[in-house]
Ligand binder design. Structure first.
Ligand code: DGT
Ligand code: MG
Length: 396
């Protein structure tokens, strides 16, 4: 009898940027398990292991069918012994003991809760856990000093834990567009990150802002932020300046993936009315055009509960804004569309296979000793000797 499973052996290139990975994942149980182990590794300062699990998960995401037996995976790249053990465990026993153990572990649960606070990274969470802090309640009772970001993160914890929908992303897009054209007519905004890849939800909303005339974008971010603040749209913001040109390791080290664009990490106050506007409900226009966010704009205190003055009519949403000069726009667009693993693999391909250095600012050809210009993502793929992969197929 033929082993049916063995008949459909898959073939997958080892670089994620050579694969087309849509959101149509046929192996969510396996990829969720491997992603959880990746997350645990990343939270435990074991980035190497994290990447290995991410790569393994990404290979499974690219398969055209559901895996039913480990034998089908023969010859596939990026599946190390550890990942294969986890996969086998799930296929044979219905669950991976390591994944279940990790999920239940107090340490992992505490790391998840604490790093779930905007502004809290793995190192801070680790330190708090060592001090016996495992929950939000314990954190609040501990008297730990929180920075401004962390205070905002804690205050809006429940809202920010809630996935952002595409309708909310579009509503925020309209607001950002209004802000941007108000302070610099002709400036353009593009939705980037997961939503550009076609995801229906995200942990935040990411926008790239530019102007078709080089140089006009300089100083744009503070103006956009002021406009948004004056209209009561921001619950929190931190803007970092563009330091690409002035940085010591600037253009000479283009491979650095530390971003030097003008960037704003923010928390938006999105009114329900604005959300509905984006969803195009049958509501008559006079009903949905009220910009109610603004009446509550100065309310920075605890969020009103039903008891204290009726239900809240807004929610907090994480929004990232990035400003790029038009000359770097294609690189910024490619670099900020993700997925994170796809980006990592693009840079690995560029470095290892093409002797080039790719960043969100530029592409440098080490052999020719010069930068390669591009005005579109397609051109960058061509420079890299890659077939063009559209955003919807970069979900590695
Ligand atoms: P999400 O928001 O969880 O639904 O998923 P994404 O894919 O939107 O992830 P996000 O928002 O963390 O980042 C969007 C993309 O932007 C991500 O694929 C990689 C890129 N990115 C994020 N932060 C940085 C950064 O600091 N520098 C650079 N160059 N890229 C970044
Ligand atoms: Mg995002």
């Amino acid at each position: 009898q033929i082993d049916e499973a063995e008949v459909m052996a898959f073939s997958v290139p080892s670089y994620a940027c050579l694969r087309r990975t849509t959101l149509d994942n046929h192996n969510p149980i396996l990829t969720d398990a491997l992603s959880l182990l990746a997350e645990n590794a990343e939270l435990s300062d074991e980035d190497g292991r994290g990447v290995a699990f991410r790569r393994a998960a990404a290979v499974l995401k690219a398969l055209p069918e559901t895996v039913t037996a480990v034998t089908q995976l023969r010859g596939l790249p990026c599946l190390g012994g550890h990942s294969l053990r986890v996969i086998r465990d799930i296929l044979e026993n219905g669950a991976s003991s390591e994944v279940e153990f990790t999920k239940q572990s107090e340490r992992f649960k505490a790391l998840k809760v604490l790093t779930g606070i905007f502004g809290v990274g793995a190192k801070t969470a680790e330190r708090w856990i060592r001090d016996g802090i495992h929950s939000l309640h314990q954190l609040q009772e501990s008297g730990q000093t929180l920075n401004r970001a962390q205070r905002a993160g804690l205050e809006h914890y429940d809202d920010l834990k809630q996935p952002v929908t595409k309708a909310e992303a579009d509503a925020i897009g309209e607001i950002v567009e209004k802000a941007v054209v108000s302070v610099l007519p002709g400036a353009q905004i593009t939705l980037i990150g997961g939503f550009r890849r076609g995801k229906l939800t995200g942990h935040d909303v990411d926008f790239l802002i530019t102007h078709p005339e080089e140089g006009r974008e300089v100083g744009l971010m503070p103006k956009v932020v002021s406009w948004l603040e004056s209209q009561g749209f921001l619950l929190y913001q931190k803007t970092t300046r563009n330091s690409y040109l002035e940085a010591k390791d600037g253009p000479a080290r283009p491979a650095s993936n530390i971003d030097r664009f003008e960037r704003c990490f923010s928390i938006f106050k999105l009114a329900d009315e604005e959300k509905r506007g984006a969803e195009e409900t049958e509501n008559p226009p006079e009903d949905r055009c009220r910009l109610a966010a603004h009446s509550q704009a100065t309310d920075e205190g605890p969020q009103p509960t039903e008891a204290a003055g009726g239900p809240r009519r807004w929610r907090a949403v994480r929004v990232d804004l990035v400003v790029s000069p038009i000359s770097q726009f294609a690189f910024a667009l490619l670099g900020w569309t993700g997925s994170k693993l796809f980006e990592r693999e693009l840079r690995r391909w560029a470095g290892h296979e093409k002797a080039m250095s790719l960043s969100s600012h530029a592409l440098y050809d080490n052999k020719q000793g010069r930068y390669l210009r591009a005005t579109s993502e397609e051109e960058i793929f061509t420079h890299l000797g890659l077939e063009y992969i559209p955003p919807s197929e970069r979900n590695a």
